[in-house]
Design a protein around this ligand. Structure first.
Ligand code: ATP
Ligand code: MG
Length: 572
């Protein structure tokens, strides 16, 4: 591969609209270019890295016994209506209409397609289990596409789906996928951690996420060093101690709190701890109005709320809706005196509460001495609070510590959720119809490339882990107009290529400084420099971009030395 004939548009300036390093470096190193928000073209170097990750994924999936297929991106609305996700997926589903006015979606994931395939083709228990996968572009209309290919609207994913006669068989494949994912990420050369995860709109009983550790990661991980429990903060279970204040009141008493809306303002004004208050948040859950109560000192976890609700279709009320429902300005809503059709759900820690402060549903007023089940009825209790560092681990007496990660993989035990909704059944050994037990396993191929950069860079550019670098070796002839230099560089290019090494030859007629800067920026792990002095003294330099280690070899031994260093690194 010759740089002069390749599309590698590097540049120096930090792009203003790229917030995180991997996004900046993917643009600067000429890996990708943006077409529209969350939509990218992969240029030659970027696509090579994607392909290398895809190859590792493919090898490990095949090794684990999964079979590669390729399903349609364009999917008829009917199968999404069957599963109920035509509405449940919400606005993240990209929808379109054909010339006959029929509705379609662009696949964000393929549970519906695979289930409709399997129910017509895998009918006997004798054919099960099976695990089918594809590596394909996915579409999701993310609310906030950002961080480049990390959270894109069009991205490359490996998705696998397994079908079983029972839970035991699913558990087996789930463990195999867990191991395959660990091997994939290890082979990519990345540091990661497996955590318990929320099942979100995909649904199901159990799931784990594979997090590449990175300070800029979008996901917060809470982990307990005492018992090893680790979970996505969205998911992390919590059992807050019940606050159980002294009961002094017989009825709630209204107090004037002019202009005091936030927990800090109200508790400060009344001279109370924030935990003596309960926050009331008003939601639309499906068609219902729901008031959600959490302790004043804590934040609501919306993923937990969705789980308690049994549907992801929920949203906070707009200001005008809050005024209409509570009869007061925003900041003064409370559980006492809401319209009777309003459901009240509360965090379990408030169950023993005898006496707390809430909004009065009247502007500039709060109620003191409020008691659940006496002054208002709670329809559902649940774990609704966002866990945070320092909280007590729900499994032991340890404390949560917080770290950040990028979710590159996500595995789920779906159970019979899709097979039941879509009437997908096999015939068991007694000839009876039974719904398939299913698992699904997603891996973000393009996101993995971004996370590899997020974990491996320095001030000068990318420091690719060997396995996912776009090419293995960069040859830099310092001056391409000098025939002797050019000759050696070209011959080395041929020798290495013949040995199966992927090589980029920087044959551009540029100043050496500019070439070295670009070399550091694109971050190819091995760089061989051919310069006038090196040739004269017969000492040519091989530099490792990751370690900075430099070796010097005579011309005659150069190709052998490069091959030997690649061999050694691969063996490590
Ligand atoms: P997130 O919580 O980041 O939105 P998700 O739970 O929606 O992810 P899954 O549905 O489990 O993701 O998809 C499987 C994998 O696909 C993820 O682990 C991630 O690596 C990748 N992925 C998901 N959404 C995107 C996106 N918008 N851009 C790039 N990769 C993505
Ligand atoms: Mg998502």
């Amino acid at each position: 591969m010759r740089w002069s004939r390749s599309l590698i548009p590097t540049f120096r300036e930090v792009p203003a609209d790229a917030e995180i390093v991997s996004h900046q470096l993917m643009l600067r190193a000429g890996l990708v270019r943006k077409l529209a928000a969350g939509i990218f073209t992969y240029l030659p170097l970027g696509w090579r890295s994607i392909s290398r990750v895809a190859t590792i994924v493919r090898e490990e999936m095949n090794r684990a016994g999964a079979q590669e297929i390729n399903m349609p991106v364009l999917q008829p609305a009917e199968i999404w209506q069957e599963s109920g996700r035509w509405s449940d997926f919400g606005r993240e589903l990209m929808r379109l209409r054909d010339r006959h006015e029929r509705d379609f979606a662009l696949g964000p994931t393929h549970e519906e397609v695979i289930t409709s395939l399997v129910r017509n083709t895998l009918r006997s228990y004798r054919q099960l289990p099976q695990n089918l996968y594809q590596i394909q572009v996915k579409f999701r209309d993310e609310i906030r596409p950002r961080f480049g290919v990390m959270r894109a609207r069009e991205f490359v994913m490996k998705d696998a789906y397994s079908f079983h006669v029972d839970d035991e068989s699913l558990d087996h494949t789930y463990r195999d996928m867990h191991d395959a994912y660990s091997r994939i990420i290890e082979r990519c050369g990345l540091d990661f951690r497996v955590v318990e995860a929320d099942t979100g709109v995909i649904g199901g009983a159990e799931s784990h996420e594979f997090m590449v550790l990175a300070t800029n990661g979008e996901s917060e991980i809470l982990s307990c060093s005492t018992c090893g429990y680790a979970a996505n903060a969205e998911r992390a279970e919590l059992r807050l101690p019940q606050t159980g204040s002294e009961a002094t009141s017989t009825t709630p008493e209204e107090v004037s709190t002019p202009g005091k809306r936030t927990v800090e303002e109200v508790s400060g004004f009344l001279g109370l701890q924030p935990s003596a208050l309960a926050k009331t948040l008003l939601f639309k859950v499906g068609e219902r109005d729901v008031a959600v109560l959490v302790p004043g000192s804590r934040d609501l976890n919306e993923a937990k709320l969705a789980r308690l609700a049994g549907t992801p279709i929920l949203r906070m009320l707009e200001d005008a809706e809050v005024r209409k429902l509570s009869g007061a300005d925003v900041g003064f809503a409370g559980p006492v005196g809401l319209p009777p059709q309003t459901a009240i759900w509360a965090d379990r820690s408030l169950e023993g509460e005898r006496d707390f402060v809430t909004g009065a549903n009247r502007t500039d007023a709060h109620l003191r001495g409020v008691r659940p089940q006496r002054d208002f009825q709670v329809e559902r209790w649940g774990d609704l609070v966002l866990a945070r560092a320092g909280d007590t681990c729900p499994r032991c007496d340890g404390r949560f510590e917080s770290s950040r990660g990028i979710e590159v993989g996500h595995i789920f035990k779906l159970g019979t959720k899709y097979s039941e909704k879509m009437s997908a059944a096999f015939l068991d050994d007694g000839g009876r119809e039974r719904p398939y037990v299913m698992g699904c396993y997603g891996f973000g191929v393009s996101r993995t490339v971004a996370s590899a950069i997020e974990q491996n860079y320095d001030d000068d550019g990318i420091r690719w882990p060997r396995a996912v670098a776009p090419v293995d070796v960069l040859i830099v002839p310092v001056n391409v107009t000098a025939p002797a230099i050019r000759e050696v560089a070209e011959t080395l290019h041929e020798e290495l290529s013949a040995a199966g090494v992927e090589v980029l030859l920087d044959d551009r007629d540029l100043r050496p400084g500019a070439k070295f800067k670009d070399a550091d920026l694109i971050g190819i792990p091995t760089r061989v420099t051919i310069g006038e002095r090196g040739l004269r003294e017969d000492k040519l330099e091989i530099r490792n971009r990751r370690t900075g280690e430099v070796q010097v070899h005579p011309r005659s031994e150069l190709a052998g030395a490069v091959l030997e260093s690649l061999r050694r690194e691969n063996a490590d």
